[in-house]
Ligand binder design. Structure first.
Ligand code: Z5A
Length: 212
């Protein structure tokens, strides 16, 4: 019998919502329960394209806004063959940011609309579950100062949050909003419940195409 496919699970959210912390905990918990799982993150700064993005985020280089948007998307597309292969092998992928960050961050810049920003990512593997870690700006501030990277200002992050809210109105995507203000274990328990449901459902479904 062919092996059942893994689920594509994405964590999104504003800065310091705990995405990386929760992705790591989820992968560890899935593996400990005997379910093959791996973590990925976007941008993936290890590739040639990812290094261009990383230099831009670290303000070591300047890139025209449309150009960097397309690079973020290309950085996802270059991973698609290996993502599909792993999913087919039954490995669940837990992904720290995806196309939703791409659309939300660029469309928060002046002169960009959400529709244009979504276009380059149309047809990517569609996540079986997208969890949005919700955290208010005041709660995020308690987790420390913003870093030095581009986009790490409260004004810009508020604009990004608004764009995420628009994206979450799309019923074609399985969005779940997670209260990220709970303690780390509380958030994890919530994420684990949603993930186990998504893994069970994905086993019997074909992998979809995003925004198609
Ligand atoms: N970007 C884009 O423009 N276009 C795209 O297509 C993509 C991304 C994919 C990449 O940043 C930047 O690129 C990002 C979006 C843009 N810009 N911004 N802003 P990144 O991925 O390298 O880094 P990040 O995503 O910005 O990380 P983050 O948001 O700062 O952190 P996080 O992953 O959400 O949180 P964390 O590292 O897990 O936790 C933050 C701190 O809070 C840490 O000290 C934890 O110990 C603490 N924490 C976590 N959970 C809790 C709870 N529950 N209680 C208390 N404290 C907690």
């Amino acid at each position: 019998m062919a092996c059942k496919r893994g689920a594509l699970i994405v964590l999104e959210g504003v800065d310091k919502a705990g995405k990386t912390t929760q992705c790591k905990k989820l992968v560890q918990a899935l593996q400990q329960s005997g379910r093959p799982a791996e973590m990925m993150r976007f941008p993936d700064r290890t590739t040639t394209i990812g290094q261009l993005i990383s230099a831009y985020l670290e303000k070591k280089s300047e890139l025209e806004d449309h150009t960097v948007h397309l690079l973020f998307s290309a950085n996802r597309w270059e991973m698609v063959p290996s993502m599909k292969k792993k999913l087919e092998q039954g490995i669940t992928l837990v992904v720290d940011r995806y196309a939703f960050s791409g659309a939300a961050f660029t469309s928060a810049k002046p002169g960009f609309c959400l529709d244009w920003c979504k276009k380059p990512d149309v047809g990517l593997p569609k996540p079986d579950l997208v969890m949005f870690l919700q955290l208010s700006p005041s709660e995020a501030a308690l987790r420390g100062q913003f870093g030095e990277e581009r986009y790490e200002t409260s004004v810009f992050q508020r604009a990004v949050q608004h764009k995420f809210e628009l994206l979450m109105k799309d019923p074609s995507v399985n969005w779940q909003v997670i209260d990220a203000s709970q303690n780390i274990e509380g958030v994890h328990d919530n994420i684990m419940d949603h993930s186990l449901n998504a893994i069970n459902t994905a086993q019997n479904q074909l992998l979809g195409e995003l925004w198609k």
